[in-house]
Design a protein around this ligand. Sequence first.
Ligand SMILES: Nc1ncnc2c1ncn2[C@@H]1O[C@H](COP(=O)(O)OP(=O)(O)OP(=O)(O)O)[C@@H](O)[C@H]1O
Ligand SMILES: [Mg+2]
Length: 391
Amino acid sequence: MNKRDNPYTPGAGRKPRTLAGRDQDLESFQSLVERLDAGSYERSLIYTGLRGVGKTVLLMEFDVLASEAGWATTDVQEVGSNADFRTTFAGMANRLLMNMSRRHRAKQRIERALSVVKAFSIAIPGGVEIKLDMETSSGVADSGDPERDLADLFREIGEVAQANQMGALFLIDEMQNLDARSLAAICMGFQAISRAGLPVAMVGAGLPDLRVRLLSAKPYADRLFSYEELGRLPEPAARSALIGPAAAAGAAYDEEAARQIVQEAAGFPYFIQEYGRELWNFAETTPITVDDLDSAREIVKDSLARNFFGTRFEMATDTEQRYLSAMASLGEGPYPVGEVAHAFGVSDQRRASMHRDSLIQKGLIWSPRRGQVDFTVPLFAAFLKENHPVG
Ligand SMILES: Nc1ncnc2c1ncn2[C@@H]1O[C@H](COP(=O)(O)OP(=O)(O)OP(=O)(O)O)[C@@H](O)[C@H]1O
Ligand SMILES: [Mg+2]
């Protein structure tokens, strides 16, 4: 079929034509917005999941819903690239205020809030001052203590939002990148907001260990946020993720072909998009058949190897790659670190810990519990076994 009309969207943060299996999430987010609008309290949300399950895309959808409800949003912001997380938050606060100022009647209140953002950004060690043409206010959000200052900043945003009868939404992606101190400050800030009943919400997304990281930063993080896990799509949703985009473009799948693809893609959104794209390009006519699948299977595998697995594998150094292969040689995860160290070729697992930590830092593996590691990339073990076996 015509490549130009291909309706599939494999990639990072690419909005799918059919957002499958997320109705519940959209509904509960909608109700969060409504409750905060009505002056009630609702916990902010944390979404966790492996690579390619659709975290970023869902955040983008929340952005649309919130904007439609008249809220100011930060857009989806990836954290962790700035040396100090406060730099990112200063930018987000600035953005929210600019957004609100378009509708705000009390210009002076906005200006005061902007001066607080400026003071906040000046207090960041080595941070760059946000260029704002106004006096810095003193005594609010400028103590240099991240926990206190961020709470002040959130409160400032919340008060302006409340005065303007709208909400403000922080959308934070790759949140597992933040260290314990930054996560603790965010928890403190949101606790202050919730106590004051201000209409500010956050949706954070990250790899599966984000929850544990938040808990170890602040034990009350457990009660502060609602946690949702994204995983494989259940069979009917996976099927509609596959069939939906084609149907909208006037094409279909044979029953058996659809069943096999969903099974081979193991219900993972990214894989479904990749199958869909390659099969669309390969098939001459609709409906797409099992014969098409059998003939195009190697092309799909090759695409996945290059676009998904390969790019992740390349992020690791040679030694780290050996560590990944050692993990895969043990079969299905999670893997006891002692056994991985053994397969990696060292008897003392402390000698492998440097590589393990670095792989966790790079977001390629995570630790489901003490003494265990697992891949953050779904079906990575099978790929590694086939393409990069130990030795
Ligand atoms: N609900 C869904 N239905 C269909 N396709 C989806 C859905 N969610 C995501 N996708 C598709 O899956 C792919 C991955 O989505 P996304 O980038 O949001 O994943 P992610 O969880 O943020 O991954 P990463 O951890 O690598 O950032 C994209 O190609 C997207 O189009
Ligand atoms: Mg993402």
